[in-house]
Each structure stands twice: as structure tokens, then as C-alpha cells.
Design a binder for this molecule. Structure first.
Ligand code: BTN
Length: 249
């Protein structure tokens, strides 16, 4: 069981950065940093995460996994499943998961997850950062066509604390299952059942210095996305950006 301790900030540079600082200072597994706004919210691939005050749930959790590092990439998939479960429970909203862990509705992004690792005196820690758009807001122009919020999708202003509590509960379940013998397979199975990107989705993959297109063919046991290119080659994607070709998102 995770023993969550929550530290709240009105404003902070980034909850992930604060969680890293706390982990380096010895924070135990389960520490959760929450902020009403971030001045330097971080996204995947060195992007920024738009984090205006009270418009989103910005939270990061410190983990000190006891399982081998080869299984750590599955943490991101487990978090995505936990977020999808929590949003369904707290907001009655069914969401999609884009590889590896974007939470979407109708091809628009509702939530992003950034998992980072940090070296600490008691060994490596994983920092799981979750940013969920809660309210209708004016997104910057580059996001306007690609982002959405729970309020835009449901018309309801969700209570951030209720969503956070649900998220901690659902993540605790998924994390426990990941620790168990058959947990990894279960996470992969559940992720594939929950994501429209798992099988037969036409995607473009952008890696550093290389772009290619193909159709998705499920996940490897370490969470890599299998993509079959038009010449029949199976490529394994462990980094970079995957976008739907049909939706051009
Ligand atoms: C993505 O690029 O999709 C990942 C975005 C992750 C944003 C969250 S908000 C809370 C936590 N703190 C950060 O600085 N980033 C993550």
C-alpha cells in the first residue's frame, strides 16, 4: 500500500522538480506534491506544460519501486490506466489513452503524464507527474485545437481534491498489481484493452532524426509500441512522439 503524504503549494516552478528535490532530501515513497499553479510546468520531450492557476490538477508522486528497473517503463502505463480509471469514477467520463500515456477525448489531450527518474542516496526514485486540464480555459494558440478539459467534455467543474483522492486510490491498485508476479502482463493487457492506439491504428512516429508511418500491433512486454511499417517491418517504439495519421493530432 502507498502511504500518501500530500504537500500543497499555491505556486511552484514544477511539482516534478519539487518531488525530485524532496526525493533527493530523503522523501519516502508516496509523497505527493500538489500545486494550484506551476510557473515552469514540464512536459515530455522538453516541452512546457501550460499550468495556469486553478485550471488543472498538477500533482507529482515519489515512488521507490522495489522491482527491477527493466520494468520501470511500465509505471507510466500503469499511471495512465489509473488516471483513466479515476476520471471515469470521479467524472463519469470514458477516456482514451494515446501511447505511451496521454489521456485523450476525441483525439484532444485532457491529461499528460511525465515520469522521470532521479538518483538519491537511498537509490533511484521515480517521479510520476500528472497534469489534468480541469476547467474551460483559453489554451495558447498552439494548443487550442489539440487540448480539452474535463469541464469542456462534461460541463461539470470537478473538485480537484475529489479527483486527486480517486487518483491516489486507483494508482495504488495499479502499482500494487505491477509489483506482483503477473502484474506486468496484466498492465499490458489492460492498457491494450483501454487504448484505441493498441492495434491497427495508423500512426506517424517521430524520433530524433527520423519519422515513419505504420500501423500499431500491440505492446512489447516492456511497454514498447509495435508498429508495422508499409514494407512489413516491425519497429519497436520506446521514445519519441506518436500521432494519429487519420486525426492529424
Ligand atoms: C506531457 O508532455 O504530456 C506530460 C505533461 C506532464 C505535466 C505534469 S503537471 C504536474 C507535473 N509537473 C510537471 O512539471 N509536469 C507534470
Amino acid at each position: 500500500m502507498l502511504k500518501p503524504t500530500i504537500i500543497r503549494f499555491d505556486s511552484i516552478d514544477s511539482t516534478n522538480l519539487e518531488a525530485m528535490r524532496q526525493a533527493k532530501a530523503g522523501a519516502a515513497e508516496g509523497l505527493c506534491i500538489v500545486a494550484r499553479e506551476q510557473t515552469r510546468g514540464r512536459g515530455r520531450l522538453d516541452r512546457r506544460w501550460h499550468s495556469p492557476k486553478d485550471a488543472g490538477l498538477y500533482a507529482s508522486i515519489v515512488l521507490r519501486p522495489k522491482f527491477e528497473m527493466a520494468r520501470w517503463p511500465l509505471i507510466s502505463l500503469a499511471v495512465a490506466l489509473a488516471v483513466a480509471d479515476a476520471i471515469q469514477k470521479a467524472c463519469a467520463l470514458r477516456v482514451d489513452i494515446k501511447w505511451p500515456n496521454d489521456i485523450q477525448i476525441s483525439d484532444r489531450k485532457l491529461c499528460g503524464i511525465l515520469t522521470e527518474t532521479v538518483e538519491t542516496e537511498s537509490g533511484p526514485a521515480a517521479i510520476v507527474g500528472i497534469g489534468t486540464n480541469l476547467t474551460k480555459q483559453s489554451f495558447p494558440p498552439e494548443l487550442a485545437m489539440r487540448a480539452t478539459s474535463i469541464e469542456s467534455a462534461t460541463g461539470i467543474k470537478v473538485d480537484p481534491d475529489a479527483l486527486l483522492n480517486e487518483l491516489i486510490r486507483t494508482f495504488d491498485e495499479r502499482y500494487e498489481s505491477l509489483v506482483s508476479e503477473t502484474g506486468a502482463e496484466q498492465i499490458i493487457r489492460d492498457w491494450c484493452a483501454r487504448s484505441s492506439y493498441a492495434f491497427g491504428r495508423r500512426v506517424r512516429v517521430s524520433l530524433a532524426g527520423e519519422d515513419f508511418e505504420g500501423s500499431t500491433r500491440g505492446l512489447e512486454s516492456d511497454g514498447a509500441l509495435r508498429v508495422e511499417t508499409d514494407d512489413g517491418r516491425l519497429r519497436l517504439v520506446r521514445a519519441g512522439d506518436v500521432t494519429s495519421v487519420r486525426a492529424q493530432n
